[in-house]
Ligand binder design. Structure first.
Ligand SMILES: [Zn+2]
Length: 512
Protein backbone atom coordinates (compact mmCIF):
# COMPACT_ATOMS: atom_id res chain seq x y z
CA UNK A 1 0.00 0.00 0.00
CA UNK A 2 1.03 3.56 -0.41
CA UNK A 3 4.38 4.37 -1.84
CA UNK A 4 7.09 1.83 -1.98
CA UNK A 5 9.88 2.18 0.52
CA UNK A 6 13.43 2.02 -0.71
CA UNK A 7 15.53 -0.44 1.23
CA UNK A 8 18.95 -0.24 -0.29
CA UNK A 9 21.69 -2.04 1.56
CA UNK A 10 23.71 1.16 1.44
CA UNK A 11 20.99 3.14 3.19
CA UNK A 12 20.64 0.49 5.87
CA UNK A 13 24.40 0.43 6.31
CA UNK A 14 24.56 4.19 6.76
CA UNK A 15 21.78 4.12 9.33
CA UNK A 16 23.32 1.18 11.14
CA UNK A 17 26.66 2.93 11.29
CA UNK A 18 25.25 5.96 12.89
CA UNK A 19 22.76 4.16 15.06
CA UNK A 20 25.26 1.72 16.47
CA UNK A 21 26.23 2.26 20.05
CA UNK A 22 29.29 1.18 22.01
CA UNK A 23 29.64 -2.58 22.05
CA UNK A 24 28.27 -4.12 25.20
CA UNK A 25 30.53 -6.60 26.99
CA UNK A 26 30.03 -10.01 25.44
CA UNK A 27 29.15 -12.73 27.89
CA UNK A 28 30.53 -15.64 25.92
CA UNK A 29 33.18 -14.56 23.51
CA UNK A 30 35.00 -17.83 23.10
CA UNK A 31 33.18 -19.01 20.00
CA UNK A 32 31.38 -15.98 18.64
CA UNK A 33 31.28 -17.11 15.04
CA UNK A 34 29.91 -20.55 15.80
CA UNK A 35 27.31 -19.15 18.19
CA UNK A 36 26.17 -16.61 15.69
CA UNK A 37 25.92 -19.26 13.00
CA UNK A 38 23.79 -21.36 15.34
CA UNK A 39 21.61 -18.37 16.16
CA UNK A 40 20.91 -17.78 12.49
CA UNK A 41 19.49 -21.29 12.20
CA UNK A 42 17.00 -20.78 15.01
CA UNK A 43 13.32 -20.25 14.34
CA UNK A 44 11.15 -18.01 16.49
CA UNK A 45 10.39 -20.77 18.97
CA UNK A 46 14.04 -21.66 19.28
CA UNK A 47 14.95 -18.08 19.94
CA UNK A 48 12.19 -17.82 22.48
CA UNK A 49 13.50 -20.81 24.32
CA UNK A 50 17.06 -19.62 24.01
CA UNK A 51 16.50 -16.11 25.21
CA UNK A 52 15.83 -17.04 28.79
CA UNK A 53 18.64 -19.55 29.18
CA UNK A 54 20.93 -17.92 31.72
CA UNK A 55 24.36 -17.78 30.15
CA UNK A 56 26.20 -15.58 32.58
CA UNK A 57 29.06 -17.48 34.13
CA UNK A 58 28.40 -20.65 32.20
CA UNK A 59 31.73 -20.61 30.46
CA UNK A 60 33.56 -20.48 33.76
CA UNK A 61 31.33 -22.99 35.54
CA UNK A 62 31.52 -25.93 33.19
CA UNK A 63 34.28 -27.58 31.18
CA UNK A 64 31.72 -28.68 28.57
CA UNK A 65 31.15 -26.40 25.58
CA UNK A 66 28.32 -23.95 26.25
CA UNK A 67 25.04 -24.51 24.39
CA UNK A 68 25.48 -22.89 21.01
CA UNK A 69 22.03 -21.33 20.64
CA UNK A 70 22.05 -18.63 23.29
CA UNK A 71 22.04 -15.10 21.89
CA UNK A 72 24.45 -12.90 23.77
CA UNK A 73 23.64 -9.26 24.50
CA UNK A 74 25.49 -8.06 21.42
CA UNK A 75 23.63 -10.48 19.18
CA UNK A 76 20.20 -9.54 20.54
CA UNK A 77 21.09 -5.95 19.88
CA UNK A 78 22.19 -6.65 16.34
CA UNK A 79 19.13 -8.71 15.49
CA UNK A 80 16.72 -6.13 16.91
CA UNK A 81 18.55 -3.22 15.30
CA UNK A 82 18.56 -4.92 11.90
CA UNK A 83 14.82 -5.60 12.13
CA UNK A 84 14.05 -2.03 13.25
CA UNK A 85 16.18 -0.53 10.48
CA UNK A 86 14.57 -2.64 7.78
CA UNK A 87 10.94 -2.10 8.78
CA UNK A 88 8.97 0.61 6.95
CA UNK A 89 7.89 3.37 9.30
CA UNK A 90 4.53 5.15 9.31
CA UNK A 91 4.80 8.79 10.33
CA UNK A 92 1.52 9.75 11.98
CA UNK A 93 2.07 13.47 12.49
CA UNK A 94 3.68 16.22 10.40
CA UNK A 95 3.00 19.85 9.48
CA UNK A 96 4.86 19.62 6.17
CA UNK A 97 3.87 22.18 3.58
CA UNK A 98 3.58 20.91 0.03
CA UNK A 99 6.86 20.45 -1.83
CA UNK A 100 5.81 22.93 -4.51
CA UNK A 101 5.06 25.48 -1.77
CA UNK A 102 8.45 24.88 -0.18
CA UNK A 103 10.12 25.42 -3.57
CA UNK A 104 8.54 28.89 -3.75
CA UNK A 105 10.97 29.90 -1.01
CA UNK A 106 10.15 32.80 1.25
CA UNK A 107 7.06 33.65 -0.75
CA UNK A 108 5.41 31.04 1.46
CA UNK A 109 4.57 32.23 5.00
CA UNK A 110 5.95 29.04 6.57
CA UNK A 111 9.38 29.55 4.97
CA UNK A 112 10.89 32.47 6.92
CA UNK A 113 14.26 32.04 5.21
CA UNK A 114 15.30 29.78 2.36
CA UNK A 115 18.75 28.77 3.59
CA UNK A 116 20.28 26.30 6.04
CA UNK A 117 18.92 28.23 9.05
CA UNK A 118 15.43 27.08 8.07
CA UNK A 119 16.37 23.80 9.78
CA UNK A 120 16.55 25.72 13.07
CA UNK A 121 13.17 27.35 12.64
CA UNK A 122 11.09 24.48 13.96
CA UNK A 123 11.90 23.77 16.90
CA UNK A 124 15.54 24.39 17.74
CA UNK A 125 15.10 28.17 17.73
CA UNK A 126 13.32 27.82 21.08
CA UNK A 127 16.28 26.06 22.71
CA UNK A 128 18.55 28.90 21.56
CA UNK A 129 16.27 31.50 23.13
CA UNK A 130 15.90 29.63 26.41
CA UNK A 131 19.70 29.25 26.43
CA UNK A 132 19.88 33.05 26.53
CA UNK A 133 20.01 34.16 22.92
CA UNK A 134 18.19 37.48 22.41
CA UNK A 135 15.03 37.08 20.34
CA UNK A 136 16.26 39.83 18.02
CA UNK A 137 19.31 37.72 17.19
CA UNK A 138 17.12 34.70 16.43
CA UNK A 139 15.00 36.94 14.19
CA UNK A 140 18.18 37.73 12.24
CA UNK A 141 19.09 34.04 12.02
CA UNK A 142 15.72 33.33 10.44
CA UNK A 143 15.74 36.42 8.25
CA UNK A 144 15.93 36.07 4.47
CA UNK A 145 17.95 39.30 4.37
CA UNK A 146 20.96 38.05 6.35
CA UNK A 147 23.78 36.25 4.52
CA UNK A 148 23.49 32.53 5.40
CA UNK A 149 27.17 32.33 6.30
CA UNK A 150 26.85 35.34 8.62
CA UNK A 151 24.23 33.47 10.63
CA UNK A 152 26.75 31.14 12.23
CA UNK A 153 28.44 33.82 14.43
CA UNK A 154 25.00 34.69 15.80
CA UNK A 155 24.30 31.18 17.05
CA UNK A 156 27.88 30.11 17.86
CA UNK A 157 27.93 31.47 21.46
CA UNK A 158 24.90 29.34 22.35
CA UNK A 159 25.70 26.24 20.30
CA UNK A 160 27.58 24.40 23.09
CA UNK A 161 24.57 24.84 25.37
CA UNK A 162 21.97 23.47 22.95
CA UNK A 163 23.81 21.08 20.64
CA UNK A 164 22.92 17.95 22.63
CA UNK A 165 19.17 18.46 22.99
CA UNK A 166 16.81 16.29 20.97
CA UNK A 167 15.85 19.31 18.85
CA UNK A 168 19.51 19.87 18.00
CA UNK A 169 20.35 16.21 17.51
CA UNK A 170 17.64 15.87 14.87
CA UNK A 171 19.12 18.84 12.99
CA UNK A 172 22.71 17.63 13.37
CA UNK A 173 21.86 14.15 12.11
CA UNK A 174 20.00 15.61 9.13
CA UNK A 175 22.93 17.86 8.26
CA UNK A 176 25.31 14.93 8.51
CA UNK A 177 23.10 12.57 6.50
CA UNK A 178 21.92 15.00 3.83
CA UNK A 179 24.88 17.34 3.43
CA UNK A 180 27.75 15.08 4.56
CA UNK A 181 28.86 17.61 7.19
CA UNK A 182 29.76 16.15 10.57
CA UNK A 183 29.59 19.28 12.70
CA UNK A 184 28.24 22.81 12.46
CA UNK A 185 31.07 25.31 12.83
CA UNK A 186 32.54 28.40 11.22
CA UNK A 187 34.72 26.07 9.13
CA UNK A 188 31.78 24.05 7.76
CA UNK A 189 28.98 26.57 7.43
CA UNK A 190 29.60 27.22 3.71
CA UNK A 191 29.40 23.48 3.03
CA UNK A 192 26.19 23.28 5.05
CA UNK A 193 24.68 26.04 2.95
CA UNK A 194 25.85 24.38 -0.28
CA UNK A 195 24.32 21.10 0.93
CA UNK A 196 21.05 22.87 1.65
CA UNK A 197 20.90 24.29 -1.86
CA UNK A 198 21.80 20.97 -3.52
CA UNK A 199 19.22 19.09 -1.48
CA UNK A 200 16.31 21.51 -1.81
CA UNK A 201 15.36 20.56 -5.34
CA UNK A 202 12.29 19.01 -6.97
CA UNK A 203 11.77 15.48 -5.70
CA UNK A 204 13.48 16.11 -2.37
CA UNK A 205 10.44 15.21 -0.28
CA UNK A 206 10.39 11.68 -1.68
CA UNK A 207 14.16 11.40 -1.47
CA UNK A 208 14.27 12.42 2.18
CA UNK A 209 11.09 10.78 3.45
CA UNK A 210 11.03 7.56 1.46
CA UNK A 211 14.55 6.82 0.31
CA UNK A 212 16.47 8.07 3.32
CA UNK A 213 14.07 7.85 6.28
CA UNK A 214 12.20 4.88 4.77
CA UNK A 215 8.89 6.38 5.77
CA UNK A 216 5.98 4.71 4.00
CA UNK A 217 3.49 7.53 4.49
CA UNK A 218 3.02 10.66 6.59
CA UNK A 219 -0.10 12.16 8.17
CA UNK A 220 -0.08 15.91 7.76
CA UNK A 221 -1.92 18.45 9.88
CA UNK A 222 -1.89 21.40 7.50
CA UNK A 223 -1.17 24.73 9.21
CA UNK A 224 -1.45 26.93 6.16
CA UNK A 225 -5.12 27.78 6.30
CA UNK A 226 -7.09 24.98 4.71
CA UNK A 227 -8.90 22.63 7.11
CA UNK A 228 -8.03 19.83 4.67
CA UNK A 229 -5.15 20.01 2.21
CA UNK A 230 -5.60 18.51 -1.22
CA UNK A 231 -2.03 17.31 -1.50
CA UNK A 232 -0.11 16.81 -4.73
CA UNK A 233 1.35 13.67 -3.15
CA UNK A 234 -1.86 12.35 -1.62
CA UNK A 235 -0.65 8.87 -0.64
CA UNK A 236 2.68 10.07 0.78
CA UNK A 237 1.39 13.20 2.51
CA UNK A 238 -1.91 11.86 3.81
CA UNK A 239 -3.95 14.47 5.63
CA UNK A 240 -5.85 15.05 8.85
CA UNK A 241 -9.03 17.10 8.77
CA UNK A 242 -8.49 20.00 11.16
CA UNK A 243 -11.46 20.40 13.49
CA UNK A 244 -10.11 23.08 15.81
CA UNK A 245 -11.74 25.97 13.92
CA UNK A 246 -15.07 24.14 14.00
CA UNK A 247 -15.32 24.69 17.74
CA UNK A 248 -12.66 27.23 18.78
CA UNK A 249 -13.71 30.71 17.76
CA UNK A 250 -15.34 29.24 15.77
CA UNK A 251 -13.62 30.25 12.53
CA UNK A 252 -16.79 30.97 10.58
CA UNK A 253 -15.16 32.68 7.63
CA UNK A 254 -12.64 29.95 6.94
CA UNK A 255 -14.97 26.99 7.30
CA UNK A 256 -18.20 28.43 5.90
CA UNK A 257 -16.90 30.13 2.74
CA UNK A 258 -16.04 26.94 0.80
CA UNK A 259 -19.43 25.40 1.70
CA UNK A 260 -21.57 28.20 0.31
CA UNK A 261 -23.72 27.96 3.45
CA UNK A 262 -24.80 31.30 4.85
CA UNK A 263 -24.48 30.95 8.61
CA UNK A 264 -27.32 32.64 10.49
CA UNK A 265 -27.89 30.11 13.28
CA UNK A 266 -26.25 27.36 15.24
CA UNK A 267 -28.04 24.82 13.07
CA UNK A 268 -26.42 26.40 9.98
CA UNK A 269 -23.04 25.98 11.66
CA UNK A 270 -23.79 22.32 12.35
CA UNK A 271 -24.46 21.97 8.61
CA UNK A 272 -21.11 23.56 7.85
CA UNK A 273 -19.38 21.03 10.10
CA UNK A 274 -21.20 18.16 8.41
CA UNK A 275 -20.24 19.53 4.97
CA UNK A 276 -16.55 19.15 5.78
CA UNK A 277 -17.06 15.55 6.89
CA UNK A 278 -19.27 14.77 3.89
CA UNK A 279 -16.60 16.07 1.58
CA UNK A 280 -13.40 14.80 3.19
CA UNK A 281 -14.13 11.92 5.60
CA UNK A 282 -13.30 9.43 2.82
CA UNK A 283 -9.87 10.95 2.29
CA UNK A 284 -8.82 12.14 5.74
CA UNK A 285 -6.94 9.66 7.93
CA UNK A 286 -8.13 11.32 11.15
CA UNK A 287 -9.28 14.61 12.62
CA UNK A 288 -6.92 16.79 14.60
CA UNK A 289 -7.15 19.50 17.25
CA UNK A 290 -4.32 21.39 18.94
CA UNK A 291 -6.76 23.32 21.11
CA UNK A 292 -4.87 22.19 24.24
CA UNK A 293 -2.60 25.18 23.54
CA UNK A 294 -5.49 27.31 24.79
CA UNK A 295 -7.29 25.32 27.48
CA UNK A 296 -7.51 21.86 29.00
CA UNK A 297 -9.23 19.16 26.94
CA UNK A 298 -12.08 18.90 29.46
CA UNK A 299 -14.99 19.29 27.05
CA UNK A 300 -18.46 18.81 28.58
CA UNK A 301 -21.50 17.78 26.59
CA UNK A 302 -23.52 20.99 26.31
CA UNK A 303 -26.97 20.86 24.67
CA UNK A 304 -27.63 23.13 21.67
CA UNK A 305 -30.17 25.27 23.50
CA UNK A 306 -27.44 26.39 25.93
CA UNK A 307 -24.94 27.02 23.14
CA UNK A 308 -27.31 28.82 20.76
CA UNK A 309 -27.47 32.22 22.59
CA UNK A 310 -23.66 32.35 22.76
CA UNK A 311 -23.33 31.45 19.10
CA UNK A 312 -25.75 34.27 18.24
CA UNK A 313 -23.59 36.71 20.17
CA UNK A 314 -20.51 35.48 18.30
CA UNK A 315 -22.31 35.91 14.98
CA UNK A 316 -23.30 39.44 15.93
CA UNK A 317 -19.78 40.16 17.12
CA UNK A 318 -20.98 40.92 20.62
CA UNK A 319 -18.61 40.31 23.52
CA UNK A 320 -18.85 36.90 25.22
CA UNK A 321 -17.51 35.99 28.63
CA UNK A 322 -14.85 33.28 29.02
CA UNK A 323 -17.51 31.03 30.58
CA UNK A 324 -19.83 31.54 27.61
CA UNK A 325 -17.04 30.88 25.14
CA UNK A 326 -16.23 27.68 26.96
CA UNK A 327 -19.85 26.56 26.76
CA UNK A 328 -19.89 27.06 23.01
CA UNK A 329 -16.54 25.33 22.53
CA UNK A 330 -17.73 22.36 24.56
CA UNK A 331 -20.91 22.02 22.52
CA UNK A 332 -19.17 22.35 19.16
CA UNK A 333 -16.26 20.09 20.13
CA UNK A 334 -18.70 17.21 20.47
CA UNK A 335 -20.49 18.18 17.26
CA UNK A 336 -17.20 17.65 15.43
CA UNK A 337 -16.11 14.60 17.43
CA UNK A 338 -19.48 12.87 16.97
CA UNK A 339 -19.15 13.39 13.22
CA UNK A 340 -15.65 11.87 13.30
CA UNK A 341 -16.91 8.92 15.33
CA UNK A 342 -19.81 8.31 12.94
CA UNK A 343 -17.34 8.31 10.01
CA UNK A 344 -14.84 6.03 11.79
CA UNK A 345 -12.16 8.72 11.91
CA UNK A 346 -9.81 8.67 14.93
CA UNK A 347 -9.67 11.92 16.90
CA UNK A 348 -6.12 13.20 17.45
CA UNK A 349 -5.70 15.63 20.32
CA UNK A 350 -2.62 17.54 21.35
CA UNK A 351 -1.67 16.81 24.93
CA UNK A 352 1.26 17.92 27.04
CA UNK A 353 4.25 20.04 26.10
CA UNK A 354 3.93 23.29 24.11
CA UNK A 355 6.10 24.32 21.18
CA UNK A 356 7.75 27.69 21.64
CA UNK A 357 9.28 29.21 24.72
CA UNK A 358 8.54 31.38 27.75
CA UNK A 359 4.81 30.72 27.65
CA UNK A 360 3.76 27.23 28.78
CA UNK A 361 1.41 26.93 31.81
CA UNK A 362 2.55 23.58 33.17
CA UNK A 363 -0.29 23.31 35.68
CA UNK A 364 -2.80 23.22 32.80
CA UNK A 365 -0.92 20.43 31.01
CA UNK A 366 -0.91 18.46 34.21
CA UNK A 367 -4.68 18.08 33.93
CA UNK A 368 -4.60 16.75 30.34
CA UNK A 369 -4.29 13.05 31.16
CA UNK A 370 -7.18 13.13 33.62
CA UNK A 371 -9.31 14.96 31.08
CA UNK A 372 -8.27 12.45 28.40
CA UNK A 373 -9.63 9.63 30.56
CA UNK A 374 -12.89 11.54 30.97
CA UNK A 375 -13.24 11.97 27.18
CA UNK A 376 -12.76 8.22 26.77
CA UNK A 377 -15.48 7.58 29.34
CA UNK A 378 -17.88 10.04 27.73
CA UNK A 379 -17.56 8.66 24.20
CA UNK A 380 -16.64 4.97 24.19
CA UNK A 381 -17.11 4.64 20.42
CA UNK A 382 -14.61 7.39 19.63
CA UNK A 383 -11.04 6.33 18.92
CA UNK A 384 -8.99 8.98 20.71
CA UNK A 385 -5.31 9.46 19.88
CA UNK A 386 -3.46 11.42 22.56
CA UNK A 387 -0.38 13.02 21.09
CA UNK A 388 3.13 13.82 22.32
CA UNK A 389 3.01 11.50 25.37
CA UNK A 390 1.34 14.31 27.31
CA UNK A 391 4.96 15.14 28.12
CA UNK A 392 6.08 15.32 30.89
CA UNK A 393 3.09 13.42 32.32
CA UNK A 394 3.59 10.23 30.39
CA UNK A 395 3.06 7.86 33.30
CA UNK A 396 -0.45 9.29 33.70
CA UNK A 397 -1.13 8.88 29.97
CA UNK A 398 0.09 5.29 30.12
CA UNK A 399 -2.47 4.64 32.85
CA UNK A 400 -5.17 6.09 30.56
CA UNK A 401 -4.20 3.93 27.58
CA UNK A 402 -4.02 0.83 29.75
CA UNK A 403 -7.47 1.50 31.21
CA UNK A 404 -9.53 2.64 28.22
CA UNK A 405 -10.20 0.56 25.12
CA UNK A 406 -10.68 3.71 23.02
CA UNK A 407 -7.42 5.44 24.06
CA UNK A 408 -4.30 5.40 21.87
CA UNK A 409 -0.95 7.07 22.39
CA UNK A 410 0.99 8.76 19.61
CA UNK A 411 4.68 9.33 20.38
CA UNK A 412 4.90 12.04 17.71
CA UNK A 413 7.38 14.83 18.59
CA UNK A 414 8.37 12.99 21.77
CA UNK A 415 11.71 11.63 20.53
CA UNK A 416 13.10 15.15 20.16
CA UNK A 417 11.45 16.72 23.21
CA UNK A 418 13.20 14.19 25.42
CA UNK A 419 14.70 11.15 23.64
CA UNK A 420 15.48 9.30 26.87
CA UNK A 421 11.95 9.80 28.22
CA UNK A 422 10.52 8.56 24.91
CA UNK A 423 12.59 5.37 25.14
CA UNK A 424 11.50 5.04 28.77
CA UNK A 425 7.84 5.44 27.78
CA UNK A 426 8.11 2.81 25.04
CA UNK A 427 9.68 0.29 27.41
CA UNK A 428 6.97 0.89 29.98
CA UNK A 429 4.16 0.80 27.43
CA UNK A 430 5.31 -2.57 26.08
CA UNK A 431 5.07 -4.20 29.52
CA UNK A 432 2.00 -2.24 30.69
CA UNK A 433 -0.57 -1.60 27.93
CA UNK A 434 -1.60 -3.48 24.78
CA UNK A 435 0.90 -2.71 22.05
CA UNK A 436 -1.79 -2.10 19.41
CA UNK A 437 -2.60 1.16 21.27
CA UNK A 438 0.80 2.66 20.39
CA UNK A 439 1.88 4.83 17.45
CA UNK A 440 5.64 5.33 17.64
CA UNK A 441 6.55 8.32 15.51
CA UNK A 442 5.64 11.65 13.98
CA UNK A 443 8.30 14.15 13.01
CA UNK A 444 5.95 17.08 13.70
CA UNK A 445 7.95 19.38 11.41
CA UNK A 446 7.17 22.09 8.87
CA UNK A 447 10.54 21.77 7.05
CA UNK A 448 11.11 18.26 5.70
CA UNK A 449 14.85 17.95 6.32
CA UNK A 450 14.83 17.38 10.11
CA UNK A 451 12.22 14.61 9.74
CA UNK A 452 15.14 12.38 8.70
CA UNK A 453 17.10 13.12 11.88
CA UNK A 454 14.03 12.69 14.03
CA UNK A 455 13.15 9.36 12.38
CA UNK A 456 16.69 8.09 12.98
CA UNK A 457 16.49 9.05 16.64
CA UNK A 458 13.15 7.24 16.88
CA UNK A 459 14.48 4.08 15.21
CA UNK A 460 17.47 4.08 17.53
CA UNK A 461 15.20 4.60 20.54
CA UNK A 462 12.83 1.81 19.50
CA UNK A 463 15.72 -0.61 18.96
CA UNK A 464 17.29 0.47 22.22
CA UNK A 465 14.04 0.05 24.18
CA UNK A 466 13.51 -3.48 22.84
CA UNK A 467 17.14 -4.44 23.42
CA UNK A 468 17.11 -3.18 26.99
CA UNK A 469 13.89 -5.07 27.73
CA UNK A 470 15.56 -8.26 26.50
CA UNK A 471 18.76 -7.61 28.38
CA UNK A 472 16.90 -6.76 31.57
CA UNK A 473 14.93 -10.01 31.30
CA UNK A 474 11.47 -8.48 30.73
CA UNK A 475 11.13 -9.85 27.19
CA UNK A 476 12.60 -12.77 25.33
CA UNK A 477 14.25 -12.08 22.03
CA UNK A 478 11.56 -13.65 19.89
CA UNK A 479 8.84 -11.57 21.50
CA UNK A 480 10.94 -8.44 21.10
CA UNK A 481 11.45 -9.16 17.40
CA UNK A 482 7.74 -9.83 16.97
CA UNK A 483 6.97 -6.33 18.26
CA UNK A 484 8.94 -4.51 15.56
CA UNK A 485 6.38 -4.65 12.75
CA UNK A 486 3.34 -3.78 14.91
CA UNK A 487 5.17 -0.82 16.39
CA UNK A 488 6.72 0.60 13.23
CA UNK A 489 3.80 0.20 10.85
CA UNK A 490 1.09 -2.38 11.52
CA UNK A 491 -0.66 -0.44 14.31
CA UNK A 492 -0.93 2.72 12.22
CA UNK A 493 -2.07 0.85 9.11
CA UNK A 494 -4.86 -0.75 11.11
CA UNK A 495 -6.02 2.18 13.25
CA UNK A 496 -6.15 4.64 10.35
CA UNK A 497 -7.26 2.03 7.72
CA UNK A 498 -4.40 3.18 5.53
CA UNK A 499 -4.83 0.69 2.68
CA UNK A 500 -8.42 1.85 2.21
CA UNK A 501 -7.42 5.53 2.53
CA UNK A 502 -4.65 5.12 -0.03
CA UNK A 503 -7.15 3.58 -2.45
CA UNK A 504 -9.55 6.49 -2.00
CA UNK A 505 -6.75 9.04 -2.29
CA UNK A 506 -5.49 7.56 -5.55
CA UNK A 507 -9.00 8.14 -6.96
CA UNK A 508 -9.41 11.61 -5.39
CA UNK A 509 -10.43 14.34 -7.83
CA UNK A 510 -7.22 16.26 -7.10
CA UNK A 511 -4.89 13.22 -7.47
CA UNK A 512 -2.70 13.46 -10.55
ZN1 LIG B 1 2.11 19.08 15.65
Amino acid sequence: MGARVARSAAATGRLANWLDWPTLPAVNTRQPVTRRAALKGLGGAGLAAAAFVPNIGRAAATPMPAPQAVPGPGESRELILKRVLEAPLIDTHEHLIEEKERLQGTAHPRVPCDDWALLLSHYLDSDFVTAGMPEADMDRVLSPRVDPVAKWPLIAPYWPAVKNTGYAQAVRISIRELYGVEELSSATIRRVQAGYEQTRRPGFYRRILQERARIESCQVNCLTGEPFKQSDMPTLLMQDLSIVGMFAGPDIRKYAAPTGIKVGSLEDWHRVIRWWFDRYATYAVAVKSQHAYHRDIDYARVPPEEAEPVFTKVLQKEPVTPAERRLLEDHLFWQAVDQATARNLPVKLHTGYYAGHNSMPLSRLRRNAGSAAELCRMSPDTKFVFMHLCYPYYEELLAVVKQWANAHVDMCWAWIINPVAAKDYLKKHIVTAPINKLLPFGGDYIPVEPVLGHAMIARRGIARALTELVQEGWLNLADALDLVDPILHQNARQLFRLAQKAGSLRRAPWAK
